[in-house]
Design a protein around this ligand. Structure first.
Ligand SMILES: [Zn+2]
Length: 181
C-alpha cells in the first residue's frame, strides 16, 4: 500500500488541525465512495474535485474524510487520521476513508487490499480494533447508497481478497512453493 500525504499529492497540509476526534468515541472504520457520476478519470482529479467541492461549495475546512483510496491501491491523506470528520451523520469521531469510485464502478483488488492495509494501520494507531463497516451499514440503505453495491457487498461478506493476488515465492520448476516469509 502506497501512502501519500496531502503535502505530497497537493503541496498543501490539512488546513484545519484544530478539531480532533475524541478517540474514546472512535469505534468504526467507515468506507465511503464518491458516487457522483462525474467523468473525471484520474485519481488525483477525482480527489481534488471532492476536496474542492467540500471546501468551496459546502464550506468545510477540508475534504470530509480522513483518507482516500484509489484503484491503484494508493491511499491519500485527507483531513488526517486524527481529525474530526464531516463524513457520516452523527459519527464525526469515527475514522472514514473514501474510495475514489463513481456509481457502480467495480473496485480493484489493489483498492480492496489497500482498504484492509490502512484498516490494520489505523487499528495499530488507535490501539484497538475498530469495526470495519460502510456508510449505509451505519445509517441504513434508505439513507444512502454509499459506498455503492460492490464495496458494500464485499464488506458485508467479510472483506475477502482473491488469493491469486498473493505473491508466491519459491522455485516453481522444482515444485517448491514456499509460503512468503
Ligand atoms: Zn458515504
Amino acid at each position: 500500500m502506497a501512502y501519500k500525504t496531502q503535502q505530497e499529492w497537493n503541496g498543501t497540509s490539512p488546513e484545519d488541525n484544530s478539531q480532533w476526534a475524541d478517540k474514546s468515541k472512535r469505534k468504526l472504520y467507515i468506507v465511503h465512495y464518491l458516487g457522483d457520476g462525474s467523468t473525471k478519470t484520474s485519481e488525483l482529479s477525482r480527489l481534488r474535485g471532492a476536496q474542492n467541492y467540500h471546501r468551496d461549495t459546502l464550506g468545510y475546512s477540508d475534504i470530509a474524510y480522513n483518507d482516500a483510496v484509489g484503484q491503484s491501491g494508493t491511499v491519500y491523506e485527507g483531513r488526517g487520521i486524527d481529525a474530526l470528520g464531516g463524513h457520516t451523520k452523527g459519527h464525526p469521531h469515527d475514522y472514514a476513508i473514501v474510495a475514489l469510485l463513481y456509481d457502480d464502478e467495480e473496485p480493484s483488488e489493489a483498492m480492496k487490499a489497500a482498504i484492509l492495509d490502512r484498516y490494520a494501520q489505523v487499528n495499530a494507531h488507535e490501539g484497538k480494533t475498530l469495526k470495519l463497516t460502510h456508510h449505509r451499514g451505519v445509517l441504513g440503505k434508505s439513507y444512502t447508497s454509499c459506498p455503492g453495491p460492490h464495496l458494500a457487498a464485499w464488506i458485508d461478506a467479510g472483506a475477502p481478497l482473491t488469493k491469486s493476488t498473493d505473491p508466491i515465492i519459491g522455485d516453481v520448476s522444482r515444485g517448491a512453493l514456499l509460503p512468503a516469509p
